[in-house]
Design a protein around this ligand. Structure first.
Ligand code: FAD
Length: 330
């Protein structure tokens, strides 16, 4: 069994949603293809396999509705740099460690505890140009095509093509030349009046003031300076620190962020050869599992709060374990 996780099955996600992450989201976008439906998990369980850690899952908090979907309800994750300001649905800025790109599961918990299943980035044109990348091979043609000249173009001014397409067509984007207009646009997009212009302005002003303070205690501003200490990130990934309310950095941009389903960290329990264990803890003869369906090889090789990007390695490794075992003719 190598059928992947449950990320496209929202009913199953809500049913298994862990209490520690607040209430399950009513609305989500799907970060995985429709076949990632968990059906083989149920079939294998009926065949006697044991499922463990059903409530272990990893969903992203920076999901965009894809304007050009490949699968139903297709969501794309923003891989954000550190400078966007992150607000909950009522316009309260999140505190540490819930800054862009910092701690996915902690931010997911913070968002779900607000009672709303979306949040907002507010940023400038200068930030989006440098700091937005999109997850998925089709969203990064320069890397996928191994084109060094295209990768180098990331240093040039202007948003990369796929980002610009989202700015033009994506339903989660609001772009304005004035903060009041931006906040009005955000309320209109959300279909409510939860955001108060003065409250948002005060918080952005407070953050902007810290741009002039060498000894700032604004931990996000510190993180921006810290990220720029690495020369690679300074050139291609982190915008030069600037004031969000300074019109020379505009237009202003707001992005509504949806919960985007992605990874399943529980699943079929196996032994170290990938043999599926039954309820009695004994291997079921002839039944093997690998990859996400077995929690990346029996319960999450890298742990529950695994580092970003370390998931596929466990899937490949568990497949290799099964392959090697079977190749020995056992
Ligand atoms: C956009 C995106 C970006 C990602 N980025 C990263 C990253 O940067 N780093 C990282 O570590 N991980 C990343 N992941 C996660 C990683 O890709 C998956 O965890 C991994 O591919 C899972 O591998 P798998 O072989 O277990 O399952 P899958 O790759 O999901 O393959 C399952 C296969 O089983 C087939 N199948 C399903 N049901 C049936 C059935 N009933 N009958 C027959 N066939 C069936 C499917 O067609 C599919 O071919 C990303 C995932 C996505 C979607």
């Amino acid at each position: 069994v190598a059928s992947g996780g449950i990320g496209a099955n929202f009913d199953l996600i809500r049913k298994n949603w862990p209490a520690r992450l607040g209430t399950p989201p009513k609305n989500m976008v799907s970060g995985v293809p429709a076949y990632v439906d968990g059906r083989m998990l149920e079939i294998t369980e009926h065949a006697g396999g044991r499922i463990v850690n059903r409530d272990r899952m990893w969903h992203y908090t920076e999901g965009l509705k894809n304007w050009d979907p490949i699968w139903p309800n297709h969501g794309i994750r923003i891989l954000p740099g550190p400078s966007s300001l992150w607000f909950d649905a009522e316009g309260n800025r999140f505190g540490a460690p819930n800054f862009p790109g910092f701690d996915t599961l902690s931010t997911l918990e913070a968002i779900q505890k607000t009672g709303y299943d979306y949040s907002w980035f507010i940023l400038t044109e200068k930030i989006i140009e440098k700091e937005f990348a999109l997850s998925g091979s089709e969203q990064n043609p320069d890397l996928t095509n191994k084109s060094i000249s295209d990768v180098l173009k990331r240093v040039l001014p202007g948003a990369p093509g796929p980002i610009q397409a989202f700015k033009n067509h994506g339903e989660d984007f609001v772009i304005a030349n004035d903060l009041k207009e931006l906040v009005e646009g955000m309320n209109k997009l959300a279909g409510n009046d939860l955001l108060d212009f003065i409250k948002i302005k005060e918080q952005i002003l407070a953050r902007d003031r810290e741009m002039d303070n060498k000894f700032t205690k604004d931990l996000q501003v510190n993180a921006i300076h810290g990220a720029r200490n690495y020369v690679g990130d300074k050139f291609v990934r982190v915008a030069k620190p600037h004031k969000i309310l300074d019109p020379k950095n505009w237009p202003l941009i707001a992005v509504r962020l949806n919960i985007l389903t992605r990874k399943t960290l529980g699943g079929l329990q196996t032994n170290l050869n990938g043999a599926v264990l039954g309820i009695d803890g004994q291997p079921i003869r002839g039944l093997f599992a690998a990859g996400e369906v077995s929690g990346f090889g029996g319960g999450g090789v890298h742990g529950y709060r695994a580092l970003e990007g370390t998931f596929v390695g466990g899937c490949l490794f568990s497949g290799r374990q099964v392959g090697r075992y079977l190749a020995k003719g056992q």
